[in-house]
Write a protein that binds this ligand. Structure first.
Ligand code: GUN
Ligand code: ZN
Length: 452
């Protein structure tokens, strides 16, 4: 036989046989929201996750699955295996201006954000920062994110190129903004349409990538541009709509001035066909009862961004209300207004927001303190649901893409002290959520590949 052919055969058979791996450890994920369904939590204390060709083949008790044929087993006993984290709202061009002092939303955008975003029309710079951003996500256990680029199409190309290289499931898009920002960042309704269409045709469904039509927020787009966004959604029904909504009181008042004919901020988007089941609205803090009803009726989704909302002093998101209306909610880090790319640190602040709500209501007993299980749900299947990706990611059920993380409940001396006497998975998990960071994420797997 031709030696070259034999060598090729050896390579292929190695690739095939190396592809089924069993991971033994404590497994935790959800098949529904544990706040609403008492059977939602799937927990195997001594569990086994079998991954084949990048997909989850089986997951369950080790004792039941231990005789399944695998090529190798990795021993993660003492660690917790959960789905990779989903960040439903973050800005990659803002990683270098994270944590800038002293402003609330509008002042913060003008002083820090817009000058920084101008730099991203340079492909080399944008690529370099996109690479840093994605590697930070992996370090923090985030395997999927819905990501703002800038108004420059170059920033979108650079981001998607880097995401494709890492085979990560990422969603992004060119920011639409044609007013109320520096000239270097402004597009026109026509260029917004042409550039977005070209980017959708280039990137939508390439590898694991998806496209989001991304008007920054109502104050930076004219009505004509919001109409263009609606037209793009009609022409490309698969793409997402990603924007900000009702984050800050001054912003809400400004929208009322700019769009006097609209009933509310949400209504500005609704009137232009931008409220759909593939819409993700970051923040959604200052809404009224009709807004919640409209959102629920359209199946629209919310990104709850606690570190950002506290940092900019924007307000306290009402998770109970969203749950009451069955509106899907996920967690967003919202860096650079958010102060961490870590979804674990975001869970910490999410809990504190629900605690703080009790201080500002006549009926504190009616406010739910976010439970450890619901918090992890928001970070995994909740986020996946917000992104209509619940059939692909967000759980460790057979057939799903093998994006998962391995958490170390004893990472560092503080967590070791906190968790070594822990009596339940909820207690351990809560310790991880309040105290964890990138050190707690021992490993991150993307489609079965170990990236950390
Ligand atoms: N609203 C409009 N643009 C932004 C942004 O970049 N960050 C946040 N947090 N809110 C916004
Ligand atoms: Zn944002």
């Amino acid at each position: 036989m031709n030696p070259k052919f034999l060598a090729l055969l050896a390579v292929f058979s190695f690739a095939a046989t190396a592809d089924t791996v069993g991971y033994r450890g404590e497994i935790l994920y959800f098949n529904a929201n544990p706040a609403k369904d008492k059977n939602a939590t799937i927990h195997y204390k001594d569990g086994y996750l079998i991954v084949k060709d990048g997909y989850i083949a089986e997951s369950g008790d080790y004792a039941a699955l231990k005789d399944r044929p695998v090529d190798s087993t990795v021993d993660y006993r003492g660690k917790i295996i959960t789905p990779g984290f989903v960040d439903t709202h973050v800005h990659y061009p803002q990683i270098t201006m994270i944590s800038e002092y002293g402003e609330q939303l509008i002042g913060w955008l003008n002083t820090y954000t817009f000058p920084t975003e101008i730099k991203y029309s340079n492909h080399q710079y944008a690529s370099q920062e996109a690479a840093v951003f994605l590697d930070q996500l992996i370090g923090n256990g985030t395997t999927t994110a819905l990501v703002f680029a800038t108004s420059s199409p170059v920033s979108v190309d650079a981001f998607f190129e880097q995401a494709l290289k890492r085979n990560m499931r990422m969603i992004s898009g060119k920011v639409l903004m044609d007013r109320n920002a520096p000239a270097e960042l402004l597009d026109t309704p026509q260029s917004a349409y042409d550039d977005s269409k070209a980017l959708i045709e280039k990137w939508q469904h390439k590898g694991r990538l998806d496209y989001a039509v991304t008007p920054r927020f109502a104050p930076t787009s004219t009505e004509a541009e919001l109409k263009i966004a609606g037209r793009l959604l009609r022409e490309f029904p698969d793409v997402y709509l990603h924007t900000h909504l009702a984050e800050n009181n001054q912003e809400v008042a400004w929208v009322k001035e700019l769009f006097p004919a609209s009933r509310s901020y949400l209504d500005v988007y609704a009137q232009n066909g931008l409220v759909t089941k593939k819409s993700v609205f970051a923040h959604s803090i200052h809404l009224d009862e009709t807004d919640y009803k409209v959102m629920a009726g359209k199946g629209a989704n919310i990104a709850f961004c606690p570190t950002s909302n506290l940092f900019l002093g924007s307000g306290l998101f009402n998770l109970d209300k969203a749950n009451q209306y069955n509106i899907a909610v996920g967690l967003g880090t919202d860096v650079g207004a958010g102060t961490s790319l870590s979804v674990l640190q975001t869970m910490d602040e999410a809990y504190k927001v629900t605690q703080m709500r009790k201080a500002f209501t006549d009926k504190p007993e009616a406010v739910t303190s976010l439970t450890p299980l619901e918090n992890l749900y928001l970070a995994t299947l909740g986020g996946a649901t917000v992104l209509s990706l619940q059939d692909k990611i967000g759980t460790l059920a057979p057939g799903k893409e093998a994006d998962f993380v391995v958490l170390d409940p004893l990472a560092g001396k503080l967590l070791t002290g906190r968790n070594s006497e822990s009596k339940s998975i909820e207690e351990t998990l809560f310790g991880i959520e309040m105290l964890g960071d990138d050190r707690t994420v021992a490993h991150t797997y993307v489609m079965g590949n170990k990236m950390k």
